[in-house]
Design a protein around this ligand. Sequence first.
Ligand code: SF4
Ligand code: SF4
Length: 170
Amino acid sequence: MQQLTNRSVQVNRAPMTFGEKIYIPAIMKGLSITLGHIFKKKATVSYPEQKRPFSPVFRGLHVLNRDEEGRERCTACGLCALACPAEAITMEAAERKPGEENLYREEKYAAKYEINMLRCIFCGFCEEACPKDAIYLSETVMPANYTRKYFIYKKEDLLIPHPKKQESAQ
Ligand code: SF4
Ligand code: SF4
């Protein structure tokens, strides 16, 4: 048969020598390789006690931002959803009512806002598209889970804590 590459090796079918039959040289060779690796720098870390430093451009879980008074910045314009190549973002807009000026910065806000993290590829396009500085990707690694529904992050999961309520709780 014609060979596709020149890397093929002819199998040696000669009977084993006495040294090969007792396996001791092969065992010693294997142990020497193991011993050689014991004193080398470990390639692994003891996670989660030890963590590797992330790249400065690492993009983790999304965060919905508030302004300095604690009002939600998102105006439900939909630009992030439009920019998302994975179609991971969905939202429902609502009109701000009189008396809600302390809750929402703009006249329109996201009554519902969801990101499907199973679809998300953490490209950061949503952050770049947002004209209100309302969404950004944090340095938090998304936790693992066994159930799909825990990967659908709702507005309540994404919003940062209210700065004033947090201050009074301290
Ligand atoms: S990071 Fe990229 S894929 Fe994920 S929600 Fe934002 S735009 Fe979509
Ligand atoms: S997060 Fe930004 S881009 Fe997305 S809907 Fe809200 S304001 Fe618009």
